[in-house]
Write a protein that binds this ligand. Structure first.
Ligand code: MIC
Ligand code: SF4
Length: 585
């Protein structure tokens, strides 16, 4: 890894340990971010640590996931997080301010810094050259309290880009192409580092899209060089002073390498129910019921403007519901000023607030067996809120033209230039931020009735004797272990309630099995626990008495979350042993 951007940043931040692949090191942490659906747990954990003030340079608590307020629950959680932010000296980003990753990219991330976040898509900031890692809630709480973070040094995977992306294509098509080649486990144990002459044809937000979905590769994070495009982006965000140039040495040593020619990229789509189930768009004539544009993957200014350009003078197909959620309040304001919002409304689109929304099933669940095209990053079964819906992941360009036509359409059929002129200045504003004030530091938190006590772990014993209460296949997601949708997300601070829904995407009676057997052991295949960083996927099994998960391999964040919860993540020495164990044996 010598000479890589990753090596340079880690070296600059090294506090403890040897900077060698697979060794554990501690690094100085510049920034953290949390969002509300994992945040309540983070701040409950911080509360037990007895600190006066956080030790990072900057920490932000965003509200962007649980924004529907059908009862008191989400509002209670928001209030708790707001009071914790004031108590410990964090910036609080109110609901409506935007999706954490998009806002963080616009306002706070910087080239060369370290950032961890209680959300698996924290690597989005890698588009700006930040080393940004998704982590479990406890790791983020400890990071804020101590100002450092322990990690096992990953290998560095070089993705060398040549050629140039044309105006009908998006960073989304690039990362879908990479997912097709490498699969959802292709990045496990690696940081993906981009290089090559193709980098300069990608805007910071295209780069952020690519880094965002590096999470779907299972990578620890992804990172781009910091260059003149980075400087341009920061300047337009009124943050020119945050720029530093970053690039790998010409003789940088990478542990793996893939070359992608951007001239050869075509529009791609991930079919249900995994982000690596990718084919070219042109091979499909699929009738579409719903189209959703937004999420931390594709909600930037240029994504929105491309959609507006395609929709202008057209109507959304009568059989399609198009929803649009700009990624931040600043983007929304730009769209309202330049008339794009008007184009959306005239075309018959539904405008959503700047938040995660349908990406995490917070509204807009498709109809029964509905086909939904989404510019998002995950299409796991049931995630949309409709168990039998079929979700396809596409670029904003593909989404917009398909919304007009009513079926999945290749955006190269559009007969106009889709190049977008970025504004001279993004006109940043602080309207949705509450900055910390000295006089509020240390004030007690506000903990409403929705926030239930944290489940208690018991010390590990020398031997574990329990039945295997569940055996599952490869690539089990945290959405399987602890499902999320508009009905369940309000209970992210109530583990006993959430535990009733564990593994519902796979079997109906996991909860009963766990209760009847007073806990047990889970057996899994490869990449167990991929997807979200939610530590609820470990806290729920902890609450149900699960003592160990034996798998062929684990996803990184989930493995840490299991350890943090006192559940053993055991790996088969011999993968064939998986076949020798049956449920209830
Ligand atoms: C997701 O996209 O799955 C989430 C919801 O943002 C999660 C966090 C969570 O489960 O609260 C993530 O990516 O970590
Ligand atoms: Fe929010 Fe979806 Fe991004 Fe997760 S993937 S942070 S739910 S927009």
């Amino acid at each position: 890894m010598k000479g890589t951007i990753v090596h340079k940043i880690l070296k600059n931040h090294l506090i403890e340990g040897e900077l060698e692949v697979n060794k554990e090191i501690a690094i100085k942490l510049n920034q953290t971010l949390t969002q509300d659906s994992t945040g309540t747990m983070v701040y409950l954990q911080l509360e037990t640590m007895n600190i006066d003030k956080i030790k990072t340079d900057l920490s932000v608590a965003y509200i962007d996931h649980n924004t529907l307020q059908a009862g008191f629950e989400n509002a209670d959680d928001h209030e708790f997080i707001k009071s914790a932010a004031a108590k410990y000296g964090l910036i609080f980003s109110k609901p409506g301010g935007g999706i954490c990753h998009q806002v963080h990219l616009e306002r706070f991330a910087k080239p060369g810094i370290t950032l961890i976040g209680s959300d698996s898509h924290t690597p989005t900031a890698g588009g700006l050259g930040a080393l940004a890692i998704g982590a479990g809630g406890l790791d983020v709480a400890v990071g804020m309290a101590n100002g450092y973070y322990y990690l096992t040094v990953p290998k560095v995977f070089n993705i060398h880009l040549t050629g140039k992306l044309n105006d009908k294509l998006n960073g989304k098509d690039v990362i879908l192409t990479i997912l097709k080649k490498l699969s959802v486990k292709g990045g496990v144990g690696y940081i993906m580092e981009y290089s090559g002459p193709g980098v300069k044809s990608l805007s910071v937000t295209d780069r952020a899209t690519i880094c965002n979905m590096g999470a779907e590769l299972g990578a620890t994070t992804s990172i781009f060089p910091s260059d003149e495009n980075t400087l341009d982006f920061l300047t337009k965000q009124n943050r020119r002073e945050d720029y530093v140039a970053l690039k790998a040495d010409s003789d940088a040593e990478y542990e793996n390498r893939l070359e992608i020619n951007l001239d050869e990229i075509v529009p791609m789509v991930a079919m249900p129910h995994n982000p690596d189930n990718v084919v070219a768009v042109e091979s499909n004539k699929l009738k579409v019921d719903q189209v959703a544009v937004g999420s931390c993957t594709n909600s930037s200014y240029s994504d929105m403007m491309k959609v507006a350009k395609i929709l202008e003078g057209n109507k959304v197909h009568p059989d399609v519901s198009l929803v649009v959620a700009p990624g931040s309040s600043n983007i929304l304001r730009q769209l309202s000023k330049n008339g794009a919002l008007n184009i959306f409304i005239e075309s018959g689109a539904r405008i959503l607030e700047s938040a995660c929304g349908p990406c995490i099933g917070m509204g807009q669940a498709p109809k029964s067996e509905g086909v939904s095209l989404r510019t998002f990053n995950r299409n796991f079964k049931g995630r949309s809120g409709t168990m039998d819906a079929k979700v396809y992941l596409v670029s904003p360009e593909t989404a917009a033209i398909s919304a007009i036509k009513g079926y999945l359409t290749d955006p190269r059929e559009i007969d106009m230039d889709l190049t977008i002129e970025e504004p001279d200045n993004y006109g940043t504003s602080d309207n949705y931020f509450i900055y910390p004030k000295e006089e509020n530091l240390g004030k007690p938190v506000v903990q409403g009735p929705n926030i239930k006590p944290f489940p208690k772990a018991v010390p590990l014993t020398d031997t574990v004797e329990k039945k295997v209460i569940l055996k599952v296949e490869d690539n089990i997601t945290t959405d399987d272990i602890c499902p999320s949708n508009a009905k369940l997300l309000p209970f992210r601070s109530n583990i006993p309630y959430l535990s009733k829904f564990s593994f519902k995407t796979i079997i109906d009676d996991f909860y009963d099995r766990a209760i009847e057997n007073e806990g047990g052991i889970i057996v899994g295949g490869e990449n167990y626990g991929q997807g979200s960083s939610r530590e609820h996927a470990a806290l729920v099994p902890l609450f149900l008495g699960v003592k160990a998960v034996i798998a062929k391999s684990f996803a990184r964040i989930h493995r840490s979350n299991l350890i943090n919860s006192g559940i053993l993540p055991l790996v088969f020495k011999n993968k064939d042993d998986y076949d020798k164990i049956n449920e209830f044996s």
